[in-house]
Design a protein around this ligand. Structure first.
Ligand code: CP
Ligand code: NVA
Length: 311
């Protein structure tokens, strides 16, 4: 057993810098082995339940494949087809699933639901995205950035657009890992003060920084990574048209990237809404590393699963 075994994965802030670096190191190792055709099965006989209250392509497939490749098994559970839909509580669901499976991954709306599920469950609970956070995404993104630049300390990540769940996890994790995080969002779409304060506190300890720069053209100056995400997240579809108007000046396009250094790379957690937050030309262009980024969900999550399940 290790210091990480049995723990939940709800927020990157629940882990020390050393623990996050350890996850990234194991992810790199598992990726290297996988590419070399060396298959290790530390999770033989173990099962992951995956509850989805929202759609998913990457998270669903990468967690399921990760469990399979590590020798275990994953169960896809649509919240619509569980007794949850008929009023069974999230706590009772967690108590029961804990008697069958070795870990639970959940994607849902309310972050509090995930916290309550974790409190009631006796097995590790993994956050597969809430309205508040997307920590598994951010961990994979740090793996991708580290591969590209050989380090995280001092690397400037400029996030442009809606400071949503993905942006919040990038800011919290980036601050803890010593990165220079710059957030560029219009009024009404900025990171909440509480998360900003937490990220800044961590940045002081790590030697990183977290800055807010509303002008996207200024925000990308000095960036090593320009990151964006959809303008209307899952659950915000009804508000789509207003959000597109409000965020129009924050599109990641060729003109914006001309303000950044020539070595800049572009990241997006996907799914992309081409022509809105990012242009075809940029996402399909030479600076885009979004497909490597998507692949790394698999490798990063293998590390999370291996460490939490204590193999
Ligand atoms: N990036 C991400 O989490 O994608 P999915 O919604 O497809 O899982
Ligand atoms: N911010 C997006 C991320 C999707 C992976 C959403 O919550 O819909």
């Amino acid at each position: 057993a290790t210091a990480l075994s049995g723990r939940d994965f709800l927020c990157l802030r629940d882990f020390s810098r050393t623990e996050l670096e350890r996850m990234l190191e194991l992810a790199r190792l598992l990726k290297t082995w996988h590419k070399a055709g060396l298959h290790v099965r530390p999770l033989a006989g173990r099962t992951l339940a995956m509850i989805f209250q929202k759609p998913s392509t990457r998270t669903r497939v990468s967690f399921e494949v990760a469990m399979y490749q590590l020798g275990g098994h994953a169960l896809f559970l649509s919240a619509q087809e569980l007794q949850l839909r008929r009023g069974e509580t999230i706590e009772d669901t967690g108590r029961v699933l804990s008697r069958y499976v070795d870990a639970i991954m959940i994607r849902t709306y309310s972050h509090d639901d995930v916290v309550q599920l974790a409190a009631a469950s006796t097995v590790p609970v993994i956050n597969g995205l809430t309205d508040y956070l997307h920590p598994a995404q951010a961990l994979a993104d740090f793996l991708t950035i580290q591969e590209r630049f050989g380090r995280l300390s001092g690397v400037q990540l400029t996030y442009v657009g809606d400071s949503n769940n993905v942006a919040r996890s990038l800011a919290l994790g980036g601050a803890r890992l010593g990165m220079r995080v710059v957030l560029s969002s219009p009024v009404g779409y900025q990171l909440d003060e509480q998360a900003l304060a937490m990220a800044r506190e961590d940045a002081r300890a790590s030697g990183g920084s977290v800055e807010v720069e509303a002008d996207p053209r200024r925000a990308v100056v000095g960036a090593d990574v320009v990151y964006t995400d959809v303008w209307a997240s899952m659950g915000q579809e009804a508000d789509h048209d207003r959000r597109v108007q409000d965020l129009a000046a924050y599109q990641v396009n060729r003109a914006l990237l001309e303000q950044a250094a020539s070595h800049v790379v572009v990241m997006h957690c996907l799914p992309a809404h081409r022509g809105e937050e990012i242009t075809d030309e940029v996402i399909d262009g030479p600076r885009s590393i979004v497909w490597d980024q998507a692949e790394n969900r698999l490798h990063a999550q293998k590390a999370i699963l291996t460490l939490l399940l204590g193999a």
